[in-house]
Structure formats: structure tokens, C-alpha cells
Design a protein around this ligand. Structure first.
Ligand SMILES: O=C(O)CCC(=O)C(=O)O
Ligand SMILES: [Fe+2]
Length: 214
């Protein structure tokens, strides 16, 4: 186990709030939401998880990446932990008192974690433009923790309206929090490995209300 300071308070600055309002996305640098030790702990566990190749996303968009699942959220079902006990050790940190307090401060209320996975992207991998609410209409925000130590490309691009796009260039330890109603994509990775842990927060913890259409 690792030592977690249970009363640490995560700082959110005014610029992060205004960027979140303008673009639907907030970016926190290394060490702010998760400490270096916590990231190392997550990384040491996640490399042991099984992986599967994904070439098509929930919204039918083209993808090319490897995914390791920790919590799945299938249409008509409640969220379910998979790959225990490794998944459980990681999710306990994502959802502890420190992080719950932080999400409440940023989002105005407490949220439930539904679905959690690791996305592994090597050279030529990408995630096509999509809306996370096509996977579950009750998703509020996606939290993306960057675990890749070195990679080129793989920018996170959001399209909050038809005329504007914003590009975020994450690196190791960056946490991006993005609203699930906003279209976004991950551009092609040009070298090395981009690894991210993604989880989705929601107000709703019952069966996934998505209507399955493919
Ligand atoms: O890995 C990322 O940066 C985000 C991926 C994404 O958009 C998703 O899994 O829905
Ligand atoms: Fe997404």
C-alpha cells in the first residue's frame, strides 16, 4: 500500500475554472490531483491488467488502440468492476475522500464513478471524434489521467461549438477533466506510447439508460 495524506486539499485556480467554462475542459498539471507516488502506484498496477484491441467506439467512430478494463458500464446494466482485485486497488484511490472533495468543488456536487479503463496508444493510434454521452446519456465528465512518460502527438481536441476547437497537449501526470456532452477526439500518436486512465463521473448510479442501436 502507499501512504496517502487523507486531509490534503486539491487547489483549483481561477484560470482552470474559466477554461472549464469556456472549453468544457480543465487541465491540471502533474502533482495537483494525484501525487507522484500515487501515479507510480497506479502505473505499477495497471501494467498487469489484460488488454484488448479496439477498432470501433461506442458511437461507431473509428478507433485504433488497446484497452484494459477496470469497470464496465453496459447498456441496461449497472456498472461492474472487472479484473479484480487489481482494478479495485486503483479505483479506491480515484474515488477516495481527497478526490471526492475535489470533484465536488469543481462540479458543484458529489458524483458517482461509472466505467474506468486504460487506453494504450502506440504510433498511429487515434480515437476518432465522439461524444461520451453516446456510451451513457448520464455521463457528466470524463477524467483522464496521463500515465505515458514519453510520447509525441496524441493531443486531446475538444469542439465546444461548430466554429471553435481547443487543443490540449498533456504529458506525464496531467489530469484533464472534460464535459461528456462535448465532441472530442485524440489525434494520432506519432511515437512512443500514450497511456491514459479514463473514468466517467455521473449523478446517476442505476442501470445505463443507453438505448443499444448497434
Ligand atoms: O484517452 C484519452 O485521452 C481520452 C479518451 C476518450 O475520449 C475516451 O475514452 O472517451
Ligand atoms: Fe471520450
Amino acid at each position: 500500500m502507499i501512504n496517502i495524506e487523507t486531509n490534503r486539499s486539491i487547489h483549483i485556480d481561477d484560470k482552470q475554472i474559466s477554461t472549464f467554462i469556456e472549453t468544457g475542459t480543465a487541465m491540471f498539471p502533474m502533482g495537483v490531483v494525484f501525487t507522484k507516488e500515487e501515479l507510480q502506484y497506479i502505473n505499477d498496477i495497471q501494467i498487469k491488467l489484460p488488454q484488448e484491441q479496439v477498432i470501433i467506439g461506442d458511437a461507431g467512430e473509428p478507433n485504433l488502440l488497446y484497452v484494459s478494463r477496470l469497470m464496465v458500464d453496459l447498456p441496461g446494466e449497472k456498472p461492474t468492476l472487472v479484473n479484480r482485485p487489481l482494478s479495485e486497488s486503483i479505483i479506491n484511490i480515484l474515488n477516495d475522500k481527497i478526490r471526492q472533495k475535489f470533484f465536488k468543488k469543481l462540479l458543484g456536487k458529489e458524483k458517482y464513478l461509472r466505467r474506468c479503463q486504460i487506453n494504450r496508444m502506440t504510433k498511429n493510434s487515434f480515437i476518432g471524434r465522439h461524444i461520451d454521452r453516446d456510451s451513457n446519456p448520464d455521463y457528466d465528465v470524463a477524467v483522464v489521467i496521463h500515465l505515458g512518460k514519453q510520447f509525441d502527438g496524441g493531443e486531446f481536441v475538444v469542439y465546444p461549438d461548430n466554429n471553435k476547437s481547443y487543443t490540449f497537449r498533456p504529458n506525464y501526470g496531467t489530469v484533464l477533466i472534460s464535459q461528456c456532452k462535448i465532441p472530442h477526439e485524440v489525434l494520432t500518436v506519432n511515437s512512443d506510447e500514450r497511456v491514459s486512465l479514463v473514468f466517467f463521473l455521473s449523478d446517476y448510479l442505476e442501470e445505463n439508460r443507453r438505448i443499444k442501436n448497434h
